[in-house]
Ligand binder design. Structure first.
Ligand SMILES: Nc1ncnc2c1ncn2[C@@H]1O[C@H](COP(=O)(O)OP(=O)(O)OP(=O)(O)O)[C@@H](O)[C@H]1O
Ligand SMILES: [Mg+2]
Length: 291
């Protein structure tokens, strides 16, 4: 081992000092980087909060707007009702037609507003499920009554197949009815002749399948995937004449999710479509807000 001379000792001391300075510089650099990272985190937090607020605002805007629309629409509908009933004097035949147009348009707008309101409620997590025991026969009877005026005006038959061997259900019948109402109104909208058949059967020991089959225009297979998304509509000559918002099926999908189930479609152009929903016979009782 070489002997340490005073000169060597000096050099070593200098080296130690240099290293210490270097470490001090490094540690202050690290400190700065750390602060930078913390600042970035804080910024991310702010942005996440902004996003949350924006989505909240959107939902709130949708629900306020839909709510504000309902009152004037309600007045239009009741006044056209009074006019059509000739409460304040008789109408000429042409005036009857015009009043009918106004009331049909107002009803369409009001349905659209209802759909938007439902969507906003789902997005805000405000839709609650209230399950109860009920009999499917009552549900079918209510649906049949609801669509009778429309069916009477068309040459399409609406057939409810009597359900056999199906126990009572424990689920939210209003939501289930809303899903089926959407399916049936689409089926009637896109079917010019033939029939719309509604049936219920057990899917397996714990689930039930409701399906609505029509003999209408059908939907090409490549479009099936997008059907259940918001505002999705198939481009077809018939579609152009039949306005709608394209929210119906997306609401069906979300409602089915709330009931613990799922929706689906089988369809062939020119032959017809079957839209179905499969839900548990009894909804699980723990809260499930996922759509
Ligand atoms: N039974 C059906 N036969 C043929 N096409 C259908 C049928 N059901 C739905 N579709 C197609 O899927 C699209 C989306 O349906 P959806 O119910 O979501 O919207 P919509 O009926 O156009 O409008 P909304 O229900 O909001 O009034 C329809 O526009 C139509 O192109
Ligand atoms: Mg629809």
């Amino acid at each position: 081992m070489p002997e340490t001379t005073p000169v060597d000792a000096n050099e070593a001391q200098l080296e130690v000092l240099r290293l210490r300075d270097e470490m001090a510089a490094l540690s202050s650099e690290l400190n700065e980087t750390n602060q930078g990272v913390l600042a970035l985190y804080a910024e991310l937090d702010v942005q996440a909060e902004d996003l949350r607020q924006a989505s909240d605002l959107k939902s709130r805007f949708l629900s306020y707007m839909s709510h504000e629309f309902r009152t004037p629409l309600g007045s239009i509908l009741s006044i056209t009702g009074l006019l059509a009933d000739e409460f304040d004097g008789p109408l000429a035949p042409e005036q009857h037609k015009q009043v009918a147009f106004i009331s049909a348009a107002a009803r369409e707008l009001s349905d659209m507003v209802d759909d938007l309101l439902d969507l906003a409620k789902i997005e805000a997590g405000r839709i609650t499920i209230s399950p109860a025991w009920f009999d499917m026969l009552d549900l079918f009877a209510a649906l049949r009554g609801m669509f009778r005026p429309i069916v009477d005006m068309t040459s399409v038959d609406m057939i409810f197949e009597a359900p056999v061997g199906i126990p009572q259900l424990y689920t939210d019948d209003k939501k289930l009815a809303q899903i089926l109402r959407n399916f049936i109104s689409n089926a009637l909208k896109f079917t010019k002749r033939g029939e719309v058949r509604i049936l219920a059967r057990m899917e397996n020991a714990t689930e039930i399948r409701f399906s609505v089959t029509d003999t209408g225009i059908g939907i090409p297979a490549e479009l099936h995937g997008a059907l259940f998304e918001d505002f999705s509509q198939v481009d077809s000559p018939l579609q152009k004449r039949l306005r709608g918002t394209g929210l119906g099926l997306s609401l069906c999908k979300r409602f089915a999710g709330l009931l613990g189930g799922r929706v689906g479609v089988e369809s062939q152009p020119g032959i017809g479509s079957t839209f179905f929903v499969i839900i548990p016979l009894a909804i699980a009782l723990e809260p499930s807000d996922e759509a």
